[in-house]
Design a protein around this ligand. Structure first.
Ligand SMILES: Cc1cc2nc3c(=O)[nH]c(=O)nc-3n(C[C@H](O)[C@H](O)[C@H](O)COP(=O)(O)OP(=O)(O)OC[C@H]3O[C@@H](n4cnc5c(N)ncnc54)[C@H](O)[C@@H]3O)c2cc1C
Length: 459
């Protein structure tokens, strides 16, 4: 018997779980509703499964869309009929933990939360963290070069990965699972795959550096009159605590008010007033005098106007929820546009003010919700109003990105390019860099079967 899908009629039985349209219909597609549009997905569990599937795809020139936790925010996992989705979340074994060296070897489908659960009893942590931790996979984090709130002290995935195992577009395996920091063996090919968003190969395994986990944590939420004041407070904390300053996050007023109200915390944090709100986590015991002293100095200097110090785990979680529940903005204002930019810290205050004015020149009714990772200048904007504004995406993007490259910032900080920022990549990337990117894609994936139509703008 033949099915109505020619891909299914040809496909051999790889001995792995296969999901068809009817199975996929009942599943959460993740961030993008068209993630399952291909209508067929395979769930490999081993390296051998992946090589068999990819070899067949190479023979038949079947396009592959690799998916991890489908939490990516740039549209990199969207699929279409005629493509084959490969779900990596079933390949999820922690292969080895070397607690003395602080190194872990994992399958690509291990989630960040699963990794944390495995290493935290040993006093270790992945050294990278963000709100999608329960679903995002290490393979997806490698493929998007994920960042998060600890990047200002631990780096992004490019700095966390020591080695990689990748199935290449012809089914061959690049096994470069180094467990050491120093390995100068010619071109660092693993870096080519980090941030490549599934367009060059399928990451099946990774070696990651670990950090010592933090035992005591103080969390403070402070209101400041402007981003420049928040930055002064950040610099003061950094000078005082160095690596013990664990997180430094910022929210502008509209964002803070909308999420805290939606969470029902209006009463708890309502007395805080300011243009910006700053969350700092510090590795210090509850009664640490140094921490309170710095808080007093900052209040006296006028850097912060008021503050809440979390007294227990629950209060700490409440403060973090206000920052992390960004989807509450989308619930309140559906149909908005998302942006993910980074700005040199010295330019941050002026850039946000000027870019907000430029966005308002597109439409004065637009609401500009801004928050992000203050420590590294990475800001997330949601721009929305009472009615959907997707049709204004291009105008808003131009307003937001104006002047960004001149000050050394980036229009794509940590979420990647996917399908959402291809036009911007074509517009803002250095032409020589862009043509090198096309050359790399053609060399590694000459048949264009790995996540075709993603990242690179059409030539
Ligand atoms: C609430 C929330 C908060 C977030 N916060 C942050 C943040 O602070 N910092 C940050 O950087 N990101 C953040 N993200 C974005 C997202 O979580 C990251 O991009 C994450 O790294 C994606 O992992 P994933 O497994 O879900 O990948 P997916 O979404 O499944 O895939 C993302 C891309 O990687 C490719 N890919 C996936 N797995 C593989 C593989 N094994 N081999 C090759 N290619 C693969 C896909 O084809 C796609 O192009 C957030 C997302 C959400 C929903």
């Amino acid at each position: 018997m033949t099915s109505s899908d020619p891909l299914l009629d040809q496909m051999p039985d790889f001995g792995v779980r296969q999901l068809l349209a009817a199975d996929l219909d009942g599943r959460d597609p993740g961030i993008n509703t068209s993630n399952f549009a291909a209508g067929v997905a395979l769930c490999p569990k081993t390296l051998k499964d992946v090589t068999s599937i990819v070899s067949w795809c190479a023979e038949t020139r079947t396009p592959i869309v690799t998916q991890g936790g489908r939490t990516g925010l740039a549209g990199g996992t969207t699929s279409a009929q005629g493509q084959l989705v490969i779900m990596m979340d079933h390949m999820n074994t922690i292969r080895d933990i070397d607690a003395d060296t602080g190194v872990v070897v994992v399958d690509a489908g291990v989630t960040l939360a699963q990794l944390e659960d495995a290493v935290s009893p040993m006093g270790l942590t992945a050294g990278i963290d963000f709100a999608a931790r329960g679903s995002c996979t290490i393979g997806g984090m490698v493929a998007t070069n994920a960042g998060g709130g600890e990047a200002f002290r631990n780096g992004v995935m490019r700095q966390r990965v020591l080695g990689l195992e990748v199935v290449l577009p012809d089914g061959a395996v690049m096994s470069d699972l180094k467990c050491v920091i120093k390995a100068n063996e010619g071109y660092d090919m693993k870096q080519m795959f980090i941030g490549s968003e599934g367009t060059l190969g399928i990451v099946t395994g990774a070696v990651l550096k670990l950090e010592k986990s933090i035992r005591k944590r103080q969390t403070v939420l402070a209101s400041t009159q402007c981003a420049a004041d928040a930055l002064s407070y950040f610099h003061r904390l950094r000078a005082a605590f160095g690596p013990k300053l664990l997180s430094a996050e910022i929210m502008w007023n509209d964002y803070f008010e909308t999420t805290s109200q939606a969470l029902g915390f209006g009463g708890r944090f309502g007395h805080l007033e300011g243009e910006t709100f700053f969350i700092a986590d510090i590795d210090a015991p509850q009664d640490d005098d140094g921490f309170l002293e710095i808080l007093g100095e900052s209040l006296e200097a006028g850097e912060i106007s008021d503050a809440v110090i979390a007294k227990n785990e629950q209060e700490c979680n409440e403060i973090w929820l206000v920052r992390e529940e960004s989807f509450l903005i989308d619930k309140a204002y559906p149909g908005g546009c998302w942006f993910d930019i980074s700005i040199p810290l010295s330019e941050l205050d002026a850039f946000v003010k000027e870019s907000t004015a430029r966005v308002h020149s597109v439409d004065p009714d637009l609401k500009v919700f801004v928050m992000g990772h203050l420590g590294d200048g990475n800001l997330h904007y949601t721009i929305a109003k009472e009615t959907p504004v997707e049709h204004l995406y291009s105008d808003i993007a131009t307003a937001l990105y104006t002047g960004l490259s001149a000050i050394g910032g980036s229009f794509s900080a940590e979420h990647g390019i996917g399908t959402e920022k291809q036009t911007s990549l074509g517009k803002f990337a250095d032409p020589a860099k862009l043509s090198l990117m096309h050359a790399v894609k053609a060399a590694i994936d000459p048949m264009n079967i790995m996540n075709p139509g993603k990242v690179l703008p059409a030539q």
